[in-house]
Design a protein around this ligand. Sequence first.
Ligand code: NAD
Length: 481
Amino acid sequence: MTLHIDSLFIGGEWIPPTSSHRINVISASTEEHIGSVPEAREADVDAAVAAARGAFDDPSGWSQWSAGQRADALDSLADQLEARAEEMARRVSAQNGMPIAIARQLEAGFPVAVIRYYAGVVRTASFEESHPHLLGGTTTVRREPLGVVAAIAPWNFPQTLASFKYAPALAAGCTVVLKPSPETVLDAALFAEAVAASSVPAGVINIVPGGREVGAYLIAHPHIDKVAFTGSTAAGRQIAETCGRLLRPVTLELGGKSAAIVLDDAELDLATIGEKLFGATLLNNGQTCFLGTRILAPRSRYHEVVGVFEALASSLTVGDALDEATQIGPMASERQRERVEGYIAKGLGDGARLVTGGHRPAALDTGWFVEPTVFADVDNSHAIAQEEIFGPVLSVIPYTDVDDAIAIANATDYGLGGTVWTADHDRGMDVARRVRTGTIGINTYLPDPSSPFGGVKDSGIGRELGPDALTNFQAVKSIYA
Ligand code: NAD
């Protein structure tokens, strides 16, 4: 079925676009044309920002609603998304190649949890507190909504990563212009339908599908008060430069090259840990920012660890993302597959040993598939150990002792995720404390909507999720009396 959408969701209505340019969507699994939407141009972005501005500035509008009213509206949006969960999962999966079972759990399920979480947070949050002025009198501290938010999402988890932005922004009383990635615009249209059917008022969420030019125009727009971005480190740097020049608050969730540190006492039976290991190293076809794609293995169990990852990678079912049995789907785009194959060639060129994979699956000649791939004998200085591949390619790196493992884990420009695999929780905690990263798991990895998520170093600035993310969208005002 092909889905053609003719209008843009701006100001609570479906309005005709100002140009005839369209974004065509190709299925990652079948390479078939599965739909198109209008591409937003500058005039459409102007209209979207004006709608968000109007909704924000309205004296009886969203920013002035009580926190309880906003929480109710957020819950109604969650209800509307839940009612569309299966269709949402299928649209994401068809577009970017995410296996359907994962899309159901993460793209349909996770945003609902995030929205309901922030509805709960604002129901009990305090937005105004008074205390004695240190030098006499009283000071009242108010947490006011920051204004109009430009939210920019990537294609790998388009719904989830958008919700990390709009849910706390709306909860705080901000209004939003969301720019989805051109690879994933059909799910954004379904999201717009959910917004329209919810009690979130007109103009509070507006959507401008487009590429990086549209994104660059949006973040620099004079009526934007805050930028929330997830994407590559390269784009993040450009956005940071713009926001620096404009003195515009920005949060950046960028790339990663995390370590999965296998300690010498780790349980390595795939029947026991296989599912968790998969989630932490290969989730979403390797197209996940937090994955531990550098596997650090103790020399004492090196061959065993290589064998475990060889067995894991070669056991996975590769196929059409919409097939229920699929564990590894295609890369999201042809360009992305070329990039992954380029890194596989670099790994071979640098002398790493290919243990399994490395090719296109013989049985799949349509779709942008790459076999789950494991390299052993990788040096941490190799390009495949230092650069974000964003595909199902793992590098096993030997280490001598725990200090050596931590030194290797930290010898990267990134610091987003990571895991420690051990039978001893306290040992795992010790290692987790010493890794320079924003998040890390022990024998598991799954972001928690109620706790901060984000990176250090080149992985970004600021944190999303958790109660503190509300402050990303608030201006704090002190009133002395
Ligand atoms: P990308 O940076 O190319 O694009 C991300 C989004 O930003 C897209 O919507 C794109 O159109 C837009 N964009 C690009 N350049 C822009 C600019 N100069 N100004 C404004 N908007 C711009 O990234 P991608 O290829 O879509 O996504 C993959 C990247 O995202 C990976 O590097 C991955 O690690 C990262 N990522 C990070 C996280 C995280 O939470 N840290 C999560 C998921 C993905």
